[in-house]
Ligand binder design. Structure first.
Ligand code: ADP
Ligand code: MG
Length: 256
């Protein structure tokens, strides 16, 4: 089960409360977009879901389990960042393999990591190579596996970041404005590819964006946030036809 549940999440940095009681249920396999103006708390909420940040109060559930206190690496989630977060000195194949080699490192009781791929059994290396190739093929970058990130276009780098998320075979993907560094044409193209991944994999997607068109075209539901609170959660049509207030209407572009 890859249902995700946020229960009354609050978060303060210093004396400032940036999340003010956010509750949200995300269904198994759902594509949910989280939208709202810059600084409203979208990234913070996603990072709390991922376990990269801890909430001040409230709880996070993944499937039937409360995961509060569980490390990011132990949650069955993959996060994709706006910056792609690729290692410049590693090849595309090695970058995609990172979560697999890290996981093996833990499972194998802290064998020293020599180079990006684990030393030792050829079979394990072959497994990893096979998984990496499969992800690269899914994303149309199998011909780039030997290149370094510096030799790639923005769209190709974004695919590498998605490939890295894919090899973990997570129950849910969390994407934080993954297309905002791409040009308009590539954004529209990748939009369709990501929506297709959601349908093909059947995994849950939480997609942060400030782009109204992305949210409207990709999502099963949209959650609209301002100032650390959710204003409205609903299907694109329901938000368009029946916005809860003027801020939702403005964002969605429905006639006020
Ligand atoms: P969004 O992703 O919607 O643009 P963020 O979640 O990044 O918003 O930020 C929400 C608010 O929290 C902003 O006012 C931001 O300055 C603040 N904030 C985010 N991370 C930190 C941090 N590590 N320390 C202090 N303030 C932070
Ligand atoms: Mg952000």
């Amino acid at each position: 089960m890859a249902t995700l549940e946020l229960r009354d999440i609050r978060k303060s940095f210093g004396g400032t409360e940036v999340l003010r009681g956010v509750s949200l249920d995300i269904a198994d396999g759902e594509f949910l977009s989280l939208v709202g103006p810059s600084g409203c708390g979208k990234s913070t909420l996603l990072r709390i879901l991922a376990g990269l940040e801890s909430q001040t109060s409230g709880s996070v559930h993944i499937g039937p389990d409360c995961v509060d206190g569980q490390r990011a690496a132990d949650r069955d989630l993959s996060m994709v960042f706006q910056s792609y977060a690729l290692y410049p000195h590693l090849t595309v194949a090695e970058n995609i393999a990172v979560p697999l080699t890290m996981r093996r490192l833990r499972a194998r009781d802290r064998l020293p990591l020599v180079g990006p791929l684990m030393p030792g059994a050829g079979a394990r290396r072959a497994d990893i190579a096979c998984t990496v190739r499969e992800a690269a093929e899914t994303l149309g970058i199998a011909h780039l596996l030997g290149r370094k990130p510096g030799q790639l276009s923005g769209g190709q780098r974004q695919r590498v970041a998605l490939g890295r998320a894919l090899v973990r075979d997570p129950a849910a993907f969390l994407l934080d404005e993954p297309l905002s560094n791409l040009d308009a044409k590539m954004r529209v193209h990748m939009r369709a590819e990501i929506a297709q991944l959601n349908r093909r994999l059947g995994a849950t997607f939480v997609y942060v964006t400030h782009d109204q068109a992305e949210a409207m075209t990709m999502s099963d539901r949209i959650a609209v946030m301002t100032d650390g609170e959710l204003l409205q959660v609903g299907t694109p049509d329901s938000l368009y036809d029946d916005p809860a207030d003027i801020r939702v209407a403005r964002f969605i572009g429905s006639p006020a």
